[in-house]
Design a binder for this molecule. Structure first.
Ligand SMILES: [Zn+2]
Ligand SMILES: [Zn+2]
Length: 285
């Protein structure tokens, strides 16, 4: 059995990704990827520079169908979205025609002018939201972020939970908090209990690692708890360019093995299934 890679978190020129869909498939095949999912940022009910426009949604699905057919036998292709959960406004339930969904929270509360605080935008924007909306309290902000994720998991359940601790993105220098702080440890514990109860897949997202923003999402100590609770994981790169499709995978797979994971979940023949892996890839049938 020869190992190969898979990736279910990827962006394209329909959102803030860089290339047409077919370019990613050609590059994925070159990078020894055998199963690939597109997860464009879902349309949202207000102007956004990085979410797909609703009028392009049908065309996006049709293009994925065309590629599924064209590359049959070389690579499995799946239609997904990275669905923005926005309380009371949109979520996974708006997009039922997908093969799978990655549920993510990027938009937290709104500023006074109605614009959203986006937790993965610039440092200046992050600091502004933290000050103006949460009075500078990272604990209150993180609590709100986790509450929104929990609401999404319980009420509008995605297949895969996207970058579960993304909000730490601008905390790489420990400016706002240390992950060893008691409030944070307790918050994560509660969060993982909800994930476990719904039995959804947690993605191990390499983007923070290869972009140098932060460590993996989630942090290794959280992954240890994920393993303890027997929560399924999948490895994804959150690729925005074709060069990022398998970026950080070998190092991360090795780290996951060291933590003690034996399998990862992969969408294969239309079903999420566990397969063994190592730093060379996943051992698919
Ligand atoms: Zn995201
Ligand atoms: Zn993404």
């Amino acid at each position: 059995m020869k190992p190969s890679w898979t990736n279910f978190h990827s962006h394209t020129f329909y959102d803030d990704g860089k290339s047409p869909l077919e370019d990613y498939i050609i590059a994925a095949i070159e990078q020894n990827v055998k199963s690939y999912g597109f997860s464009t940022h879902s349309p949202v009910p207000f102007p956004s520079t990085w979410n797909m426009k609703m009028e392009n949604y049908r065309e996006y699905l049709a293009e994925i169908d065309r590629l599924k057919e064209k590359y049959k036998g070389q690579i499995q292709i799946y239609a997904g979205l990275e669905v923005d959960y926005i309380e009371g406004r949109c979520g996974v339930h708006n997009f039922r025609e997908l093969d799978y969904s990655v549920g993510s929270v990027h938009y937290v509360n709104q500023f006074e002018d109605g614009n959203y605080w986006e937790i993965d935008y610039t440092k200046t924007h992050y600091d502004k939201g933290l000050q103006e909306i949460f009075g500078g309290s990272i604990q209150r902000a993180f609590q709100r972020y986790v509450d929104l994720n929990i609401k999404m998991i319980e009420e509008d359940t995605p297949t895969v939970l996207g970058h579960l601790d993304k909000m730490k993105m601008h905390n790489s220098t420990g400016k706002w908090f240390e992950e060893s702080e008691e409030w944070y440890q307790e918050l994560i514990e509660k969060y993982l209990e909800v994930i476990k109860a719904k039995n959804i897949i947690v993605e191990v997202n390499t983007r923070g690692f290869y972009k140098g923003y932060s460590q993996l999402y989630p942090s290794p100590w959280i992954l240890e708890k994920v393993l303890e609770k027997n929560i399924p994981i999948t490895l994804s790169s959150d690729a925005h360019t074709t060069a990022e499709i398998t970026k950080g995978f070998a190092e991360t797979a090795l780290q996951l093995k060291e933590i003690g994971f034996k399998t990862m979940h992969v969408l294969w023949d239309g079903e999420w299934q566990p397969f063994p892996f190592d730093e060379k890839g996943v051992y698919l049938p």
